[in-house]
Design a protein around this ligand. Structure first.
Ligand code: HEC
Length: 253
């Protein structure tokens, strides 16, 4: 039974602190130190973790796993040091909880967190970044400010019956475009996905309901649809991705 986690997770951390009144006198601004590369950690976090987790400083909006700012809030209040938080995240990366869990609202199976999404120094870097950023408030500065989840921007225009709406190449829960325009008629949608996070392109509205194949690592998701004038939604149908921000509006005239 792996349900009752024997390891030192965040919930246990909070419990241990309150039970023993550990007076950890660590100042809040102690930062990372043992050579972890936070920029690498943040980039990898966005690509490998952000599709399932929300974390404000990294700008990720995933909803399939716990919100990491919330998850850390209690433990953070107890004032443990950076290395403790790093250890917890590193342990979680190596040994997630693999019991099937059901969504209390829909009764559907929740996504599981796959083990070893990142390994070795990369896993240390991700753990260091998450431990530094979760529930800390504020914004990343310096070089760290230049990386993070991308937001969709601008409008894709159909050309010659083709509409290209790529997924964010760095693995953010976003298409490259926030909206799209196409003339009425048959439209071929393509959505290349360079990232390792699985995505597809899907369109719905006005009686149209099409799902493209789920692709990753350079695959291209494609659908064809006959569109009448009106407003449609394009989105990614992988569980949790639309809710996390992968959708936009398509205007057909
Ligand atoms: C496919 C979705 C998915 C991906 C990708 C994912 N996680 Fe998770 N994560 C979950 C789920 C579901 C849980 C809750 C079950 C559990 O605790 O293992 C979780 C739990 C956690 C927790 C514990 C939170 C708590 O409340 O105690 C941490 C920390 C965490 N993940 C960090 C990461 C990091 C770092 C990565 C990237 C290396 C990552 N996750 C990738 C789904 C995911």
């Amino acid at each position: 039974m792996r349900g009752n986690r024997g390891r030192f997770g965040l919930r246990r951390l909070a419990l241990a602190a309150t039970a023993t009144m550990v007076a950890a006198s660590v100042s809040g601004c102690q930062l990372v130190d043992d050579g972890e590369n936070l920029v690498n950690g943040k980039e990898l976090y966005v690509e490998k973790c952000g599709a399932c987790h929300a974390l404000k400083r990294a700008g990720t909006t995933g909803v399939s796993g716990p919100d990491l700012d919330q998850a850390f809030a209690t433990a953070r209040a107890e004032g443990f040091g950076q290395s403790t938080y790093e250890g917890v995240v590193y342990g979680q990366i190596q040994q997630p909880n693999l019991d099937t869990q059901l969504d209390p609202e829909t009764g559907k199976e929740l996504a599981l967190m796959p083990p070893d999404l990142v390994t070795g120094d990369d896993a240390r870097d991700v753990a260091a970044y998450v431990a530094m950023a979760a529930a800390r408030g504020g914004e990343d500065a310096g070089q760290l400010a230049d990386v993070g989840a991308t937001k969709a921007e601008g409008t894709a225009q159909a050309k010659g019956g083709k509409l290209d709406i790529p997924a964010d190449p760095d693995g953010s829960l976003a298409f490259v475009f926030a909206s799209a325009k196409a003339p009425a008629g048959e439209v071929t949608f393509t959505s290349p996905n360079e990232s390792s996070v699985p995505h597809n392109i899907a369109v719905e509205g006005n009686g149209v309901d099409e799902l493209g194949e789920v692709v990753q690592n350079g695959g291209v998701s494609e659908i064809k649809a006959k569109l009448k004038p009106g407003t449609y939604a394009f989105y990614c149908s992988v569980q949790g991705h639309r809710e996390g921000g992968m959708e936009g509006t398509l205007e057909v005239k």
